[in-house]
Design a protein around this ligand. Structure first.
Ligand code: ADP
Ligand code: MG
Length: 574
């Protein structure tokens, strides 16, 4: 065996660039994306993209951004040359799209490349390079901004070309990216020219909903916005009557970057769960803004995926924000001053429950928002401060049961189960004073009850009827229900009735007049032992503070235990 031969050696720069190019630039769409993102990073407001043959023969991106100073023009295509970060920590404080300094190096090594750029007050130059060969820089004529022209993409890599789809398919990908990108960056103007004809045009300063109407070609859309700590969402979503067969019309972005993320997609789909049938999907454009430090965008070469530090929090925030908006749209919903529609709403709800309800299914913690949110007014997006403006800070959750929050010079310990019960109690009570939502059954429900249960039913008839029951009792234990409160219709109705009777009996012994309300309020409340996200906690506390009596529960148990900062500090001899 030869002992002094070596098999490992450093690849020449042009070879390593071509290999790296494979990660960043796999297909024409990647080139378009990198060039458009560079234009936006350069503060451009008007961008023109031109493609021919699906990007294979031509991709040209022209912008009106700040341009490149003459001394930097050659550096722009060097690998790891960037003006956007200087330190690795900058990646976590970043608002720009680029930062790796790889794109132009990669792109220019796999095409006939030209970059013409002019910074205000400087000369305009053109850099040309062919398939990674020696760059040539010459004076050129041009206005402020940058034009990058990519011709004969992958002309030097026949193997790569073989993996591409047809020019039409590549073009579709590019058009899709541009639509989605422009949905997210709706203030920007962009013109797309395909095979020498104008294909798309978006003017500057569209509102998000106008832009979404153009991109989705749909009018049944609503706008929403919400914020919680350093999470901010702005979104346009379709009303429930819009039902699509594909989920790829759920467009997600984080800090302006279009991303794919299954968790976020699910948070949108789940919010529509009871409104549109399974297997159908809404249209949605979600713009999420989070502190760059709360996510990692450096986990995918094309930055298509991101990693969130706290994905549970983000899930419930997006889910809750969309759900709240959707509930406010429900005709005759609980917020409406028109209660005559209540039955109709209940009926629609039941139908969709019957279609979608699966008793085996676990109800997620986030589902509690459904019950809570119905009391939020519909036009709250304009005065979010009023809804979310209580100035408390959620400090955390103890034993998955007690929420700790801080408010002025006090701290509060809130029992999550009892708090939720209070919120539901007041909600139900408000409804029952104008007749509880109930549903007249087209076929009466006939069930057999124990003798004792039947007695409770009869002796509490008024309370139960107030709550939306109506029934007739026959001989033996047979009872015929003709009306049921809509609240129990998505549950196992018979065992729900039995539970209610048991609770009613227990509470009426204590002399509670509106015992059925109390019963109801226990039913769907969040339990002790359920882990809540901070958003869910904050939401719950906000609702609690709006109730008439946030301090004690309908059974008389305390909800909030409080102590002052002073008292607390005394323990530490401060
Ligand atoms: P990155 O975007 O990661 O910094 P690129 O290879 O995409 O890396 O670009 C390298 C550098 O070239 C950028 O940091 C920027 O300074 C400059 N540049 C690229 N495109 C443009 C443009 N359209 N306008 C102004 N400067 C640009
Ligand atoms: Mg870039």
């Amino acid at each position: 065996m030869l002992s002094n031969s070596s098999e490992i050696f450093q690849l020449p720069g042009d070879v390593s660039n071509k290999i790296a190019a494979g990660e960043v630039v796999e297909r024409p769409i990647n080139v378009v994306k990198e060039l458009v993102e560079n234009a936006v990073d350069a503060s451009s407001e008007k961008i023109t993209v031109e493609i021919a043959e699906g990007g294979l023969s031509l991709i040209k991106v022209q912008d009106d951004g700040r341009g490149i100073v003459p001394d930097d023009i050659e550096k722009s295509i060097d690998r790891f040359a960037t003006s956007k970060i200087t330190d690795i920590n900058d990646v976590y404080e970043l608002y720009s799209f680029g930062f790796r300094g790889e794109a132009l190096a990669a792109i220019s090594s796999v095409c006939d490349f030209s970059l013409v750029s002019k910074r205000k007050g400087y000369d305009c130059l053109e850099l040309k390079s062919s398939f990674g060969g020696q760059p040539v820089v010459k004076p050129a004529a041009g206005t402020e901004g940058t034009v990058v022209t990519v011709k004969n993409l992958f002309g030097n890599l026949p193997a790569r070309r073989k993996f591409l789809k047809s020019p039409n398919a590549e073009q579709r990908e590019i058009v899709k990216f541009i639509r989605h990108f422009m949905l997210t960056n709706y203030h920007l103007s962009l013109r797309l020219i395909v095979d020498e004809k104008e294909y798309l045009f978006f003017p500057r300063n569209d509102s998000m909903i106008d832009r979404a109407a153009k991109v989705f070609k749909e009018q049944k859309l609503v706008y929403l916005t919400n914020k919680y700590e350093n999470l901010h969402i702005e979104a346009v979503i379709s009303t429930p009557e819009v039902q699509k067969f594909r989920r790829d019309n759920i467009v997600l972005s984080v800090n302006g970057r279009v991303i794919k993320d299954n968790m976020l997609t699910q948070s949108v789909i789940q919010a529509y769960k009871r409104l549109i049938p399974e297997g159908k999907f809404p249209l949605a454009a979600i713009r999420l803004n989070i502190s760059p430090g709360d996510m990692d965008i450096n986990v995918h070469p094309a930055k298509l995926f991101v990693k969130f530090l706290n994905s549970g929090e983000i899930f419930s925030f997006v889910y809750g924000s969309i759900l709240e908006k959707l509930e406010s749209l429900t005709p005759g919903g609980y917020d409406s001053d028109n209660y005559t529609n209540l039955n109709e709403t209940a009926e629609t709800k039941i139908k969709s429950f019957q279609n979608s309800y699966n008793p085996e299914e676990q109800v997620s913690v986030s589902d509690f928002l459904t019950a809570v949110d119905t009391s939020v007014s519909s036009d709250e997006s304009d005065n979010m401060e009023e809804v979310y403006g209580y100035d408390f800070r959620i400090a955390g959750q103890l034993f998955n049961t007690v929420i700790i929050c801080e408010f002025d010079d006090f701290f509060y310990m809130i029992d999550q189960h009892i708090a939720h019960e209070r919120i539901l109690y007041e909600k139900y009570k408000a409804e029952s004073s104008v007749d509880t939502a109930s549903v007249v059954l087209s076929e009466p429900l006939v069930i057999d009850l124990e003798e004792e249960e039947r007695e409770i039913l009869i002796s509490n008839k008024k309370i139960l009827c107030d709550f939306g029951f109506d029934f007739e009792s026959f001989g033996g234990g047979t009872v015929k229900f003709s009306k049921l409160p809509s609240e129990i219709l998505n549950k196992d109705v018979v065992s729900e009735i039995k539970n209610i009777l048991e609770e009613t009996s227990r509470l009426s012994k204590k002399g509670l007049k509106d015992s059925s309300l109390v019963v109801m309020s226990c039913k769907s409340a969040i339990k002790a032992g359920e882990k809540l996200s901070r958003y869910e906690m904050s939401h719950l506390v906000n609702k609690l503070l709006k109730t008439k009596n946030p301090f004690t529960c309908p059974h008389g148990r305390p909800i909030i235990v409080t102590q002052s900062k002073e008292e607390l500090f005394k323990n530490f001899h401060r």
